[in-house]
Design a protein around this ligand. Structure first.
Ligand code: ADE
Length: 233
């Protein structure tokens, strides 16, 4: 299979220097399942000051990322200069707090692409013509404001890469975890059976697989009710 190609567009490429050198992402890269590159947005500026941002029309605080370098970057990385010409199998994602919420389902959808381009917003915003005419998706990782899209890019890449076939030790690992079935994962225990008076549930020590499966289902449901009742609605 061709590796998933991930391109990050950022004004802080060094932010990602070691980010993909650990754990599952490292192994997936080594196995040729994914290739990840961070690109400096300034490489696509053409003025002598290499300006990537400018003052907002209409006034207000902060600076806005200019459209020209972002359109040029996406064109050189995908061959397309507008959303309409982006071919099926390629996704161009703008990371912003105004995007639709990132979920496990969206992670799986993105992971099935051939190429994902992640545009990291900065400062007070990104010229809206990027969202309007260039990207296929505008995504937020949650209802809070980051100072830039870079941490969001890390989150999305991690969630995608572990879903690539062969990325996890066992093919079934990703089907048992939180959100795979709309519930949170069940609690896990390992030795010792008694840690400072806190006991692991006896049923897990019995070897009775039917009982263990039932306990896990119930524990999953209890935890979901307690921590994420919204998932049950
Ligand atoms: N940039 C700033 N905040 C963000 C968020 N919550 N998700 C994605 N990108 C962002």
């Amino acid at each position: 299979m061709k590796p998933l190609r991930v391109d990050i567009i950022t004004i802080f490429p060094d932010y990602f220097r070691e980010a993909f050198d650990y754990g599952i992402v490292r192994r997936a890269r080594a196995a040729g399942l994914v290739s990840i590159r961070a690109h400096d947005l300034r490489a696509w500026t053409s003025d002598k000051h290499r300006m990537v941002d400018d003052r907002p029309y209409g006034g207000g605080d902060g600076m806005v990322l200019k459209p020209e370098p972002i359109f040029a970057a996406v064109e050189s990385l995908t061959g397309a200069s507008r959303r309409e010409s982006i071919t099926a199998g390629k996704r161009v994602v703008l990371l912003s707090p105004q995007g639709r919420r990132f979920t496990q389902a969206l992670a799986a959808d993105l992971a099935s692409s051939e190429q994902v381009v992640l545009i990291c917003g900065r400062y007070e915003g990104v010229d809206e013509r990027v969202a309007d005419a260039l990207v296929t998706d505008e995504i937020s990782i949650g209802d809070y404001v980051l100072s830039g899209g870079e941490p969001a890019a890390l989150v999305i890449i991690d969630a995608m890469v572990r879903l690539l076939p062969g990325a996890l030790g066992s093919e079934t690992s990703a089907t048992n975890e939180s959100f795979a079935d709309g519930l949170l994962d069940y609690p896990h225990y390992t030795r010792p059976p008694d840690f400072k008076g806190m006991r692991a549930p006896e049923v897990l020590l019995t070897g009775n697989h039917a009982e263990i499966a039932r306990w896990r289902r119930d524990a999953s449901m209890d935890k979901t009710k307690r921590n994420r009742p919204d998932l049950l609605k």
